[in-house]
Design a binder for this molecule. Structure first.
Ligand SMILES: *Cc1c(COP(=O)(O)O)cnc(C)c1O
Length: 390
């Protein structure tokens, strides 16, 4: 008989009842060090006192009113995002998938309104992940994601990861946009070199097409900059955000330049929940904390500590891992053994990690993780390597 929960997930046999900082507690009282952060969502760890305070106080006032009315918390969060990014305007969603939907719609509407309704194709990349909606899976184009769900939404051209020649040869007078993650998350912490992102920006300028960045996983401080594309010193036209911005509350956003957003006039898009007072007051607090240069400085300092420690582990034992990948606290270990064996061995050592494509194990600690907990994580990973070497 089918389970009462639709059986689409392969879950670990773990049930957590409480979280504090970078630690989760199981019902039996055992503690797990959390390098999963709910897949890069709990950016400030569990039960961050400032977030607990804001969610309590806002919950007592107002949760939801709909976008029929003005929402001051939404405006405040939009103002902060605009002040801290390339963007001129923001739309709020509840997830990365919804952000993908709008990014796709916005880029097509842009060209439609400019008088080029045929410019609707979007170039995407092998190994990418943009969500599970019809647009999201068409963009991703992997067999795993799309098989049996056809007919797929047309208008996506999927090419090899960061292949500049393929990008150039795929561009035609039908191309509306290029959609890319500065660092592929699900794809295996595959980092797009800064030079490469610069090159893609140049191609977009030259050929007059929009650049959409998916920063759902790598954005909001994860890489040590507020947004990952800042490392390459370029600006997108449209950017998708979600995961870390809500600190655990479902919140997403699409940020855009005024010109790129020009097709999206009143009535062209909407969301019932998106940008509600509760979500936005939490997002505002998350942004307050993470956009502070001192906070980001500390993320980079801790990232170096962690990265160096991982390299040391790899030197010590060459049989389990072959490479440390990533930027900031978005780290990956390319495995020589099966990545899921590593994740399972980590569970046995009371450590949470996340498998990804390309046989990689992702390490996505809360950005607030302490130096002590980073050392503890390294010890636990050392234990994992020893266990798997036997
Ligand atoms: C998680 C993710 C998404 C989808 O976000 P949901 O909130 O699960 O809908 C899209 N893009 C990237 C890069 C992601 O990591």
């Amino acid at each position: 008989m089918i389970s009462t929960i639709l059986p689409t997930y392969a879950r670990a046999d773990l049930e957590f009842v409480k979280g504090q900082g970078a630690w989760l507690t199981e019902a039996d009282g055992s503690h797990f060090l959390d390098l999963a952060s709910g897949i890069a969502v709990n950016s400030l760890g569990h039960a961050h006192p400032d977030l607990v305070k804001i969610i309590k106080s806002q919950a007592e006032k107002l949760w939801h009113v709909s976008n029929l009315y003005k929402i001051p918390q939404q405006r405040a969060l939009a103002d902060v995002l605009v002040a801290n990014s390339f963007a001129d305007t923001v739309f709020f969603t509840n997830s990365g998938t919804e952000s993908c939907e709008l990014a796709v719609k916005m880029s097509r509407k842009y060209w439609f309104e400019k008088g080029y309704p045929g410019k609707s194709e979007i170039i995407t990349f092998e190994g990418s992940f943009h969500g599970r909606s019809s647009a999201g899976i068409a963009a991703t184009a992997s067999e795993k994601m799309t098989k049996g769900f056809g007919p797929l939404l047309p208008g996506f051209i999927n090419i090899n990861w960061s292949d500049h020649e393929a990008i150039k040869s795929s561009i035609s007078d039908k191309t509306a946009a290029i959609l890319i993650e500065p660092i592929q998350g699900e794809g295996g912490i595959r980092l797009l070199p800064e030079q490469c992102l610069k090159g893609i920006r140049e191609i977009c300028d030259e050929k007059d097409i929009l650049l959409i960045l998916d920063e759902v996983q790598c954005g909001v401080g994860r890489t040590g900059k507020l947004f990952a594309h800042e490392w390459a010193e370029i600006e997108p036209d449209i950017m998708m955000v979600a995961k870390g911005i809500g600190g655990g509350f479902p919140l997403g956003a699409v940020l855009a330049k005024e010109n790129a957003a020009s097709g999206m006039t009143a009535g062209t898009h909407g969301s019932t929940y998106g940008g509600n007072p509760l979500g936005c007051s939490i997002g505002l607090k998350v942004m307050d904390i993470i956009s502070d240069p001192n906070f980001l400085y500390d993320v980079n300092r801790k990232a170096k500590l962690f990265h160096d420690g991982l390299l040391e582990l790899l030197r010590k034992n060459t049989s389990i891992f072959e490479e440390v990948r990533g930027k900031g606290l978005m780290l990956g270990l390319k495995c020589k053994v099966k990545n899921t064996d590593v994740v399972n061995a980590a569970y046995s050592n009371k450590l949470l990690t996340v498998p990804a494509g390309d046989n990689v194990v992702r390490l996505l600690p809360p950005l607030t993780i302490s130096d002590k907990d980073i050392n503890e994580a390294l010890n636990k990973l050392d234990g994992v390597m020893t266990a798997l070497s036997q």
